[in-house]
Write a protein that binds this ligand. Structure first.
Ligand SMILES: *Cc1c(COP(=O)(O)O)cnc(C)c1O
Length: 388
């Protein structure tokens, strides 16, 4: 293996060595993207042969950052089911409806993908300890993959984080601190202590590889739709790694000749009580102003400021998509509707995509002929206290 060439700054295009640990690019404070030798990858990884490979995200190992296979830290993440939701779709007027069920990942959310990639690479490059601010599922996934890698994890969570996430981190052996504040306050604590403590900070998009794990959702979509991407993808957006990652995956696959130039319209869904990307999208802005007094029961969407805001906004616009928000009442109603209709208990964040779809249908922004994918990004089981 070893198709990773270097890391590229998403603002300046300056290249950085792949052989050391990086957070944001030093000169622009922007996320770094991994660049691979895709011509060489295309020669050894053939889409026709993928079916023979392991049914996890590591089936796409050549476009993942780990160079020596022994460093792959895996709990079986990825290659989640793409559920047909035809009867629910018919009921609301879009029969070609699908749900990508990320709740089946280890630790119950798609955060597993990002952490599998990031902690693998961090271990390969010699990290001694991991630290992260988390509003929920990222903490659980960090604790699990750090445990699997044999690395200590330091997790800072807002004190109103769902109980399941907190308990999960503790049981998995992480050092957990509850903070009286938001995820952004937790992030400040990690930033101020990491140097003295020798922690590697794996905050969303502040290191280059979580987005690499999350991009595998884009590869899977293409593979599961037999290399004809769907017309619409609806995705609940917090830090935006999933959206940004899938957008990167589509470009990589096009460069390898796996897909053409068509892209799904990328629809970003946020909670009405924390919708910085929606506001920036509507205002035509390139960056999003931080949201004050962020409040929503959907913990994964309670992200008042995202370092990758400009990457999200660009992907949404370049794809011809849009951004919209839904209220907590609406998304909770959608959770029950989605669960009963398809037999999978969604996270509130995932359920928000169904409300968003209903709004798009009302505004004639999707058609009954289109294939539409809702991302259920996690399992509702982690949020049971919200449902009784
Ligand atoms: C973290 C999280 C999100 C937001 O994901 P991003 O890719 O960072 O935007 C959505 N849903 C759930 C369940 C999450 O845990």
């Amino acid at each position: 293996m070893g198709f990773l060439i270097d890391l590229v700054c998403t603002k300046t295009d300056k290249a950085y060595s792949k052989d050391q640990l990086w957070n944001l690019s030093p000169e622009a404070d922007a996320p770094l993207f991994a660049r691979y030798d895709l011509d060489a990858v295309a020669k050894v990884m053939r889409r026709e042969k993928l079916a023979e490979r392991i049914p996890t995200m590591w089936r796409y190992a050549e476009v993942l950052p780990v160079e020596d296979e022994q460093f792959q830290v895996s709990l079986g993440e990825g290659f989640t089911p793409l559920l047909q939701a035809t009867s629910l779709g018919r009921e609301i007027g879009v029969p070609k409806l699908y749900i990508k069920d990320e709740g089946l990942n280890p630790t119950g959310s798609f955060k597993a993908r990002g952490m599998s990639a990031a902690i693998s690479r961090a271990a390969e490059l010699g990290a001694q300890a991991i630290a992260i601010p988390s509003a929920g599922n990222a903490g659980g996934a960090t604790a699990a993959y750090a445990a699997r890698a044999g690395l200590p994890a330091h997790i800072f969570m807002p004190k109103d984080v769902p109980q399941a996430n907190y308990i999960e981190c503790k049981v998995l052996g992480a050092h957990v601190e509850l903070i009286d504040g938001l995820i952004s306050d937790c992030g400040k604590i990690v930033a101020s202590r990491k140097e003295a403590e020798g922690w590697f900070d794996i905050s969303t998009l502040k290191e280059p590889y979580r987005v690499e794990g999350k991009k595998t959702m884009g590869y899977e979509l293409a593979e599961q739709f037999d290399w004809e991407l769907p017309e619409v993808v609806i995705y609940p957006t917090g830090g935006g790694t999933g959206l940004i990652g899938m957008w990167k995956a589509f470009d990589e696959m096009e460069q390898m000749g796996w897909i053409g130039s068509e892209r799904p319209r990328m629809i970003s869904v946020q909670a009405a009580g924390c919708a910085p990307i929606v506001r920036a999208y509507r205002a035509g802005d390139e960056h999003a102003e931080p949201w004050t007094d962020a409040e929503t029961i959907a913990a994964g969407l309670r992200v008042p400021a995202a370092v990758g805001d400009f990457l999200m906004l660009k992907a949404i616009r370049d794809s011809g998509g849009c951004a919209l928000s839904v209220t907590d009442e609406e998304l909770m109603a959608s959770a029950s509707k989605m669960a009963a209709a398809v037999g999978s208990f969604p996270a509130p964040e995932g359920a928000a995509t169904l409300t968003a779809l209903e709004k798009l249908i009302e505004q004639n922004l999707v058609s009954e002929r289109e294939r539409i994918v809702l991302f259920n990004t996690g399992t509702g089981l982690k949020y049971i206290e919200l449902f009784h």
